[in-house]
Each structure stands twice: as structure tokens, then as C-alpha cells.
Write a protein that binds this ligand. Structure first.
Ligand SMILES: Nc1ncnc2c1ncn2[C@@H]1O[C@H](COP(=O)(O)OP(=O)(O)OP(=O)(O)O)[C@@H](O)[C@H]1O
Ligand SMILES: O=c1ccn([C@@H]2O[C@H](COP(=O)(O)O)[C@@H](O)[C@H]2O)c(=O)[nH]1
Ligand SMILES: [Mg+2]
Length: 200
């Protein structure tokens, strides 16, 4: 699993892990954006919540993640930006019994994250200063407690994300290189969510 605030670099680092380590990248935010684009019955509700920087209900996002896991043959996957709160975590673990191997937390100062998001230019409707501020508050109130939870379980890997993409990746690569791969049938998860991490 990957965790980190908005703009900390989760998606950027996940792409590099995919290239170098052969993981499948599952971004919770991308799954929601795809659901909005598909015109599904939940699409309008998800769109409105995202534009307010709010979290969608756990059953909605967990259903999308489980479907994506089922659709990949890869037993190694990165879960980017999930879980966002304790309810997400319980809903996911109750349903899948999957626990992350570790959670990678991209630690970045708020002003640096704002600068990055405002210059991202990917056409995301929630990349405006008003929504970004709301996303930060949700991150601090709902997601950071999960970072502490994983730290207490010895599963947190904290990386200083206020460096260049390559410098951050040097640290990320070292973490992945030293991770023992558990054999199937267990599927492993590393969360970059909060950062932000991953699952296999
Ligand atoms: N280490 C870095 N230094 C400078 N810019 C970066 C760095 N990492 C990522 N970026 C840039 O910052 C922007 C946000 O990065 P990215 O989309 O990976 O963040 P994210 O954590 O996935 O954000 P979100 O939670 O909003 O999806 C992108 O334009 C990306 O190119
Ligand atoms: O588990 C999740 C993940 C995301 N959201 C909503 O999507 C946006 C964008 O997420 P990114 O990870 O930045 O792409 C987020 O602000 C939430 O509104 C969610 O509800 N649950
Ligand atoms: Mg992202």
C-alpha cells in the first residue's frame, strides 16, 4: 500500500515500481475516475464527492478494488491511495482477508504538495486550491491515523518525498529490494496509499 498526502508522488513512484519490479498498479482514485467516466449509476455521486474532496463510502471503493484485484493475473499489486480511513481498512480486510506486506508513506510538506498538484496539468477537476485544502484536511483527520496504526504494527516504511523523483525512488527501490516475496496463495499488498503502497 502507498500512502501520502495529495501530490506527494504516489502515482509517480508506483509507475516506477511497475517498471522495475513488475507489480500491477491499482490506484483507488483512478478506479473512481473510471467509474465516473463509465456513466454508472454511482457516477454522479462519486463525481460530486471527489470535487468536494470527500471520501466515497467504503462499500463503493472496496467493490471497485476487489474487482480490479480479481481482474489481474498478477499476484503482486500496489494499492495506491487506499485505505483512506479506518472504515475503509475494516471493510477491505473483512472482505478479502488481505493484509499489506508493508505500507509506504511518502512524507512531504503541505506547501510542496500544493505546488506539485497545482502544476500537475492532468485536467483533474479536484486540482484547484479550494478542493486541495479540503483533501489535505481529510488526509490529516482520516488517513494519518492509519499511518500511525501501521507504524504501531511495524509495517510502515516512511520515505522523505520532498526530494527529486529519482532521489525518492532510490529510497523506494531499497525498500522493495529488501522485501521478501511471500509465495502464493497469499496475495501481497503494498500500500502507497496513504501513500500510498502495494499488494501482491
Ligand atoms: N519528487 C517529486 N518532485 C517534484 N515533482 C514531483 C515529484 N513526484 C511527483 N511529482 C509531480 O507532482 C505531481 C503530483 O504527483 P503524483 O500525481 O504522483 O501525486 P499523487 O500522490 O499520486 O497525488 P494524488 O493523491 O493527488 O493522486 C505530478 O505532476 C508529478 O509529476
Ligand atoms: O479510497 C479512496 C480513494 C480516493 N477517493 C476520492 O478520490 C479523490 C482522489 O483520490 P487520489 O488518490 O488523489 O487520486 C479523493 O480526494 C477522494 O475524493 C476516495 O473517496 N476513496
Ligand atoms: Mg495519484
Amino acid at each position: 500500500m502507498y500512502s501520502g498526502g495529495p501530490g506527494s508522488g504516489k502515482g509517480t513512484q508506483c509507475s516506477k515500481i511497475v517498471q522495475e519490479f513488475g507489480y500491477t498498479h491499482l490506484s483507488a482514485g483512478d478506479l473512481l475516475r473510471d467509474e465516473v467516466k463509465s456513466g454508472s449509476e454511482n457516477g454522479a455521486m462519486i463525481h460530486d464527492l471527489m470535487n468536494e474532496g470527500k471520501l466515497v463510502a467504503s462499500d463503493v471503493i472496496v467493490r471497485l478494488i476487489v474487482k480490479a484485484i480479481q481482474e489481474t493475473d498478477n499476484d503482486k499489486f500496489l494499492l495506491d491511495g487506499f485505505p483512506r480511513n479506518e472504515d475503509n481498512l475494516k471493510a477491505f480486510e473483512n472482505l478479502t482477508k488481505i493484509e499489506p506486506d508493508f505500507v509506504l508513506y511518502l512524507d512531504c510538506p503541505e506547501e510542496e504538495m500544493i505546488k506539485r498538484v497545482l502544476s500537475r496539468n492532468q485536467g483533474r477537476e479536484d486540482d484547484n486550491i479550494e478542493t486541495i485544502r479540503k483533501r489535505f484536511r481529510v488526509f490529516e483527520e482520516s488517513t494519518l491515523p492509519l499511518v500511525d496504526y501501521y507504524a504501531s504494527k511495524g509495517k510502515l516504511r516512511r520515505v522523505d518525498a520532498a526530494r527529486s523523483v529519482e532521489e525518492v525512488f532510490e529510497s523506494v527501490r531499497a525498500i522493495f529490494s529488501s522485501t521478501e516475496v511471500r509465495p502464493r496463495p497469499d496475495r501481497h499488498c503494498n500500500c502507497f496509499s496513504f501513500l500510498r503502497s502495494f499488494c501482491r
